[in-house]
Design a protein around this ligand. Structure first.
Ligand code: PLP
Length: 258
């Protein structure tokens, strides 16, 4: 990840003075500051930033700079074959797409429609990582209204904090929301249940033998860590293969393999 060097403001006088006072205080007793003074001061800053962008304090952390954090975010995806990182100009049809969107481009200076782009990302099931190096202190931001997956802004550019300070926002999400929400989950599960069921129906054959079905169940569990219940109903043996969000159509094949 290239380290971009663009806007390096000199510290403003009030920031420099306050910083010097604090430095002298810290250095007079570093342990006292680290153990007793640091956390409340840190949280007060997080609270102020959170208010500025209309989110919960728990959704904001202070970080060293924008590039460092975008690098960390991207390295923490579990990348798989076929996944892609998309820039604004690239259209793709990969399995999972992570879009990196500038909110204000620095060269040439241009404001991007990042709020609309986040909305589009949500609609398309694309992860949004917003490089918001420049908005803090330059434009009003309501992150609660937009809710990108990740948003990182520099505090040392237009907000005049000391260099070496940026803020990362990650919205709190319920687990099922992070998977795309109930509608998507239900649609996905239904689609693989139908596709898997079709494949099984043509291939599974028939047996009236209970012990054999029991044998199949045990083999499924032992060999593939898969469970599909089998039961006799209406003069026939049935198997029930449940489709969950972590399944793919190919998992239905395991029943056939056994
Ligand atoms: C759009 C953009 N992103 C990222 C950065 C780098 O920010 P940082 O120095 O906080 O890593 C800059 C620097 O000016 C920038 O203009």
């Amino acid at each position: 990840m290239p380290y971009l060097v663009r806007l390096r403001c000199p510290w403003s006088r009030p920031v420099l003075d306050a910083s010097n006072v604090l430095t002298l205080k810290i250095e007079s007793n570093p342990d006292d500051f680290l153990w007793l003074g640091y956390e409340s001061k840190l949280n007060e800053v997080r609270r102020q930033i959170a208010r500025l962008v209309n989110v919960d304090m728990d959704e904001c952390v202070l970080v060293p700079n924008v590039c460092n954090v975008i690098n960390t975010i991207l390295r923490n995806f579990e990348w798989r074959e076929g996944d892609a990182i998309a820039s604004a100009s690239k259209c793709s049809s990969q399995r999972r797409v992570v879009a990196i969107v500038d909110s204000i481009v620095s060269g040439p200076g241009a404001a991007m429609p990042w709020r609309d782009m986040v909305r589009t990302c949500k609609e398309e099931g694309v992860w949004s990582v917003i490089d918001a190096a420049h908005p803090l202190g330059q434009e009003a931001v309501d992150l609660n209204a937009v809710q990108p997956d990740f948003w990182v802004s520099s505090c040392s550019k237009w907000l005049f904090a000391r260099r070496g300070c940026a803020v990362l926002y990650v919205p709190k999400k319920w687990f099922r929301e992070s998977l795309g929400g109930e509608e998507k989950i239900n649609a996905y599960c239904r689609s693989i249940a139908l596709a898997g069921g079709k494949r099984l129906a043509g291939n599974i054959g028939h047996t009236r033998d209970g012990p054999i079905m029991r044998f199949i169940q045990v083999r499924l569990l032992e060999l593939h860590k898969v469970y599909a219940s089998a039961f006799y109903h209406n003069h026939r043996w049935w198997t029930r293969a449940s489709a969950q969000v972590y399944n793919e159509v190919r998992h239905g094949q395991l029943i056939l393999v056994v």
